[in-house]
Design a protein around this ligand. Structure first.
Ligand SMILES: *[C@@H]1O[C@H](CO)[C@@H](O)[C@H](O)[C@H]1NC(C)=O
Ligand SMILES: *[C@@H]1O[C@H](CO)[C@@H](O)[C@H](O)[C@H]1NC(C)=O
Ligand SMILES: *[C@@H]1O[C@H](CO)[C@@H](O)[C@H](O)[C@H]1NC(C)=O
Length: 303
């Protein structure tokens, strides 16, 4: 009995909460999150799963209202139907094979930060006219090279001393960038700031680090507020200590090298010639040998 009562109560609760939810927002907004530059599917499907190949559906973004993707009886923005907002040109596709099952989902290619917002999928011909799907698209920014006034330029990197004092200069950036040296494993190296100035709202930063191992190092400038990151690499080579036998002048080495090459070429030529001759002899023997044997057999069988 108690169990039944409990079931009944929870049933009431679920029904009620469902109603409340529905009343608060006519069409619930589903949140979809994507990393900047990745593709994303915005889902929209008729519950009835009816075939929508000859129907009309429209995806719009608000606010301000922008035409994202319209499909009308096999015509759509990707095969000549006009009206698509320019910022979605060539970036939106639908799933033709899925239309049979009432699936009007679209795919948005290479999402940009500006793509964030609310997208609505509408079937205007279905009565009562209904928004089937509302999606809040969240685009998570990634650190990458961006272009804006004050974006840190490619860091200017130099080796100050053969011993491995590396300097990195980032001029004219705003907001102020963090500038750091990293090794090939992306480990941050201890740096010394040798310049940190502001001139007319632009920042000039210069840092140095000392490295002991040969290898490649990169200097990374980051403006976190703008999701801008840019880097330059420089490679430190092992000091040139292993000069082969000292005292031998370069021209002598070249002469000896040239002589060796000539001797080698001549030797190879001779070997090839001898070999070629014996090969020729072999093949001649092959040609004559067996065939004359066959002839002999044939003639002996004749009588
Ligand atoms: C869809 O187009 C076909 C011809 O392309 C036409 O015969 C049909 O009537 C159209 N359907 C609707 C619902 O407009
Ligand atoms: C609609 O099609 C998309 C793309 O193939 C798919 O990801 C999604 O699951 C489909 N939705 C339904 C309800 O089948
Ligand atoms: C180092 O970080 C940069 C971005 O800062 C990234 O592109 C690169 O793949 C990273 N390298 C390693 C080895 O993790």
């Amino acid at each position: 009995m108690e169990l039944l009562a409990l079931l009944f109560l929870s049933f009431c609760f679920l029904t009620l909460s469902g109603r409340t939810f529905g009343a608060e927002s006519e069409t619930p907004v589903a949140r979809v999150t994507v990393r900047e530059d990745d593709d994303v599917i915005l889902p929209c499907s008729l519950d009835t799963n009816e075939n929508i190949e000859s129907m009309l559906f429209d995806w719009v973004k608000e606010v301000p209202r922008k035409e994202v993707f319209m499909y009308r009886n096999r015509s759509h923005y990707n095969n000549g139907l006009p009206g698509q907002d320019v910022e979605f040109k060539g970036r939106v596709s639908h799933y033709p094979e899925e239309l049979k099952y009432g699936n009007a989902s679209i795919r948005l290619k290479q999402t940009r930060l500006e793509d964030k917002g609310t997208y609505t999928c509408i079937f205007p011909e279905i009565k009562p006219s209904e928004k089937i799907s509302r999606i809040e698209l969240v685009v998570e920014p990634v650190l990458k090279i961006r272009n804006f006034p004050g974006a840190a330029p490619e860091p200017y990197v130099t080796i100050l001393k053969e011993k491995g004092l590396l300097q990195c200069k980032v001029p004219g950036a705003s907001p102020k960038p963090t500038v750091e040296w990293r090794d090939s494993d992306n480990k941050t190296l201890p740096t010394k700031t040798v310049q940190d100035e502001e001139q007319q709202g632009r920042f000039h930063v210069m840092v140095q680090t000392t490295v002991t191992e040969p290898g490649c190092y990169h200097c990374v400038a980051t403006q976190m507020e703008k999701w801008h990151r840019i880097s330059s690499e420089i490679c430190v080579h092992r000091e040139k200590t292993a000069q082969p036998p000292s005292g031998l002048p370069e021209w002598a080495a070249a002469l000896i090298g040239g002589f060796i090459v000539v001797v080698f070429v001549v030797a190879v030529g001779v070997v090839l010639k001898v070999k070629g001759y014996s090969l020729k002899k072999d093949s001649q023997r092959m040609e004559n040998g067996p065939s004359s044997e066959l002839e002999r057999n044939l003639t002996s069988e004749q009588p």
